[in-house]
Design a protein around this ligand. Structure first.
Ligand code: SF4
Length: 748
């Protein structure tokens, strides 16, 4: 009999479409049709679109590509995510009169607002104004500068999104913030991989992937934990297609066997384009939030079966004895209950690992976006270290990044809890940075992104400066967020497009500052990929209205606040910023020499921790003993109603930008609630039935979409599902919101 995890994959293949050429009749992306659609969308600016594609570093995910070529495959590297984003780089300016009456734009979706076009001029809206009016850059800088000068620096905060911004922007943002006297500067990684940063720093001293994508090729096993690269990093599927040809096998730990991870059609690989490539070999349908229990179960089996890498544990780690004590204390039945899997699953997983001399563990937001996200990352690291999957070719621990350059954000110090180089905020590091910068640096820890919005709600911020982003869509409880943002006396939105958070009522004033894209940016820019590759994207000149380079705006705003010491800011050009980055963040040395498409460095080399030598104080990898989280309630204590664990998922979108109403990988509409067919049957529900998901935070109406999902779990699209998510529940290590909730299901 086939092992259970393998049998689940084979069972799921029962759609009957696997053997049909091109997946006809099945649900799959229509790659060639989408390419034509992208060409049509950009038809008014095709030459520039071609420049962006052929010369730029992709502004989509953090897999990393310059032009059409990367450092992993020989062929073309291009995907539909990149093509969907292309229009942001080619669209013309909006008519500023469209923003004169904000009321007229109420109810517009962000997709509709995006269609208005690029933000071309600085614009101002005062409290009581109907809308925005155009102002000069001089006035914009004078207004923001005087507010920043007047404000207590602890009442000023900066947030920088991952929307294609480059390391120069992250670097300048943190320098400007610290020049102004605040450490309240944070970036979008706070909403995704901040738990990985904290857990990895503790375990190995680095907060980055320990291996390169090439290590996927020919390794025995890749395990994806809470990650769906078929949706989030599409070209990774081409890597997997090729890696499988070299013998690599793939396991998936996820409540849902994502269809794109079961079988994927790689359009540039002829055989795969016609018949698809089976991707996942083993599927472990863990209960949402049950990963820690699963990994304890697997560790226990490994230990009991003699499957540990004893030599690696003895020579290169510490903390194992404490972990074993916890392992012995835990009850297998409890681990089964908490993980939603059986001890047979634990044993099968352990056998897979024991059969894999080499393996790469990859994880993403299915792991991190929980109240115990950092602990779950620590357990992945514990498991990897117990097997010694570190510091050797074809082995690694990889937090795969969904958005371009979030990897670089914290490394540039654009992080409320770290200085450039990811250094801790302590007296020694602050003094060193003060010496480098020639001005005082605050020594207190800043607010995280979530805490910034909370500070807005409590009237504790006078200036909130947002470079891109849209908290109205990214954070739980959107009504609360709207009220919070409207309290801030000065909100600044530096962006390329209009979003609905800009249209919220001003506390006193809202200022819109038009930014250049990464491609238009003066002197080009650098981005860091998941595999720590810092790639150069050249300037591709284009001027939309009076838009300015993002780093230049940040520098000018800080200089306007304190013109008498503006020269301390330095960084007058993109080149000089890169030179300074190379000095202040020594592991980025070399970026100052990058000049053209394809130029790149990989900091740390192909692999970190070569030979098991870590960047911790003792050079060893550190196991961490984790408490088992409590099992969530199965029923409502007040009325006995059955409770489901709902989590939020992404569809055909990039960040909060939704590109298609129907997800081409699953066939689900945005209002779908993914539910196991047997759960649906128990509730007497059928496909397409309307239900309400209800809890004490909110209510969401959705249509039943049956899929093979771990029983008792539901999934809804994000950000729509944010109405169900309770604010203030964050991961203790990274401060990431917990995008999960318990709900009851009511038939409508
Ligand atoms: S996989 Fe990522 S880096 Fe590659 S083209 Fe697509 S969005 Fe860009």
């Amino acid at each position: 009999m086939a092992p259970a995890a393998r049998a689940r994959v084979l069972d799921a293949a029962g759609s009957g479409h696997d053997a049909v050429p091109f997946g006809l009749g099945g649900t799959k992306p229509k790659h060639f049709r989408e390419m034509l659609r992208a060409a049509w969308q950009n038809r008014d600016n095709l030459p520039y679109a071609w420049k962006v594609l052929s010369q730029g570093v992709c502004d989509g995910c953090a897999l990393g590509v310059a032009g059409f070529h990367d450092w992993t495959i020989d062929g073309t590297h291009l995907c539909l995510t990149r093509l969907s984003l292309l229009r942001l780089n080619t669209m013309p300016a909006l008519d500023p009169r469209r923003l004169e009456d904000v009321q007229a734009l109420r109810g517009w979706t962000n997709a509709q607002l995006r269609e208005l076009g690029r933000l071309p001029y600085p614009m101002l809206r005062r409290r009581g104004d109907r809308g925005f009016h155009r102002i000069s850059w001089d006035e914009a800088l004078a207004r923001s500068g005087s507010r920043l000068r007047e404000a207590d620096p602890r009442r000023v905060a900066f947030f920088i999104t991952s929307r294609g911004v480059t390391n120069e922007v992250y670097y300048m943002a943190q320098k400007a913030a610290r020049f102004l006297g605040t450490n309240h500067v944070d970036n979008a990684a706070r909403l995704c991989h901040a738990p990985s940063t904290g857990a990895m720093k503790h375990a190995i001293g680095y907060a980055a992937s320990t291996c390169s994508y090439r290590d996927w090729y020919g390794t025995d096993l890749i395990v994806f934990f809470g990650a769906n690269p078929s949706n989030d990093q599409p070209v990774a599927m081409k890597y997997l297609h090729e890696a499988r040809a070299e013998g690599t096998r793939i396991a998936m730990v996820n409540p849902y066997l994502e269809p794109g991870m079961r079988r994927y059609w790689v359009p540039s690989a002829p055989g795969s384009a016609v018949f698809g490539t089976p991707i996942t070999d083993w599927w472990f349908p863990v209960r949402q939030g049950g990963d820690i229990a699963l990994m304890y179960g697997v560790l226990r089996m490994l230990r009991d079966k003699g499957g540990l890498n004893d030599a690696f544990v003895a020579d290169h780690t510490s903390g194992w004895d404490e972990l074993v004590q916890e392992l012995d204390r835990l009850d297998l039945a409890e681990l089964e209950c908490c993980s939603g899997l059986s001890r047979a699953d634990f044993a099968e997983f352990a056998d897979l690992l024991m059969g894999a001399r080499n393996a790469v563990f990859v994880w993403s937001m299915g792991i991190t976006q929980h109240s115990v996200g950092g602990d779950a990352v620590s357990m992945i690291l514990n498991l990897g270290l117990a097997r010694g999957y570190l510091g050797r070719a074809k082995n690694g621990l990889m937090p795969i990044r969904g958005h371009s350059s979030v990897q670089g954000g914290a490394e540039m110090g654009c992080y409320s809890t770290a200085l450039p180089g990811g250094k801790a905020i302590n007296p020694e590091n602050v003094a060193a940075l003060e010496a480098a910068y020639g001005f005082p640096i605050p020594s207190w820890t800043g607010l995280t992104a979530v805490e910034m919005v909370e500070a807005c709600a409590r009237g504790r911020l006078d200036v909130f400066y947002c470079v891109g982003g849209n908290f109205l869509r990214t954070l739980p409880e959107p009504d609360y967020v709207a009220a919070a943002l409207s309290r801030v006396p000065l909100r600044v939105h530096q962006d390329i497009l209009v979003t609905d958070q800009m249209l919220l009522e001003p506390g006193d004033e809202v200022l819109l500052l038009p930014a250049k894209t990464r491609y238009e940016q003066d002197d080009g820019g650098i981005e860091t990929s998941t595999e720590r590759r810092v790639m150069f994207s050249p300037e591709l000149p284009r001027q939309v209205g009076e838009a300015r380079a993002e780093w230049r705006i940040l520098r000018d705003v800080a200089a306007a606040a304190y013109p008498e010491r503006a020269e301390q800011l330095g960084c007058e050009s993109g080149h000089s910023i890169r030179e300074e980055i190379a000095r202040v963040v020594p592991f980025y040395d070399g970026v100052q020499h990058l000049k053209k498409t394809g130029d790149a460095i990989q900091w740390g080399g192909e692999r970190l921790c070569e030979g098991g030598l870590c960047a911790t104080s003792d050079g060893k990898a550190h196991f961490k003993t984790i408490s088992l989280p409590a099992e969530p309630a199965a029923s409502d204590a007040r009325n006995g109603a059955r409770l489901f664990h709902v989590s939020t998922r992404r569809g055909k979108q990039f960040n909060t930008m939704i590109h298609q109403e129907i997800d081409p990988l699953t066939g689900a509409a945005r209002d779908a609630v993914f539910m196991h067919p047997e759960d649906a049957a128990e509730l007497h529900l059928a496909r397409g039935d309307w239900v309400a998901l209800v809890n004490e935070t909110g209510r969401m109406e959705a249509r039943v979409f049956p899929v093979i999902l771990a029983r008792g779990n539901l999934q809804v699209h994000w950000p729509e599902g944010n109405v169900l998510i309770r604010r203030g529940v964050v991961d203790g290590i990274g401060g990431v919101p917990d995008y999960n909730a318990l709900v009851r299901v009511e038939r409508l």
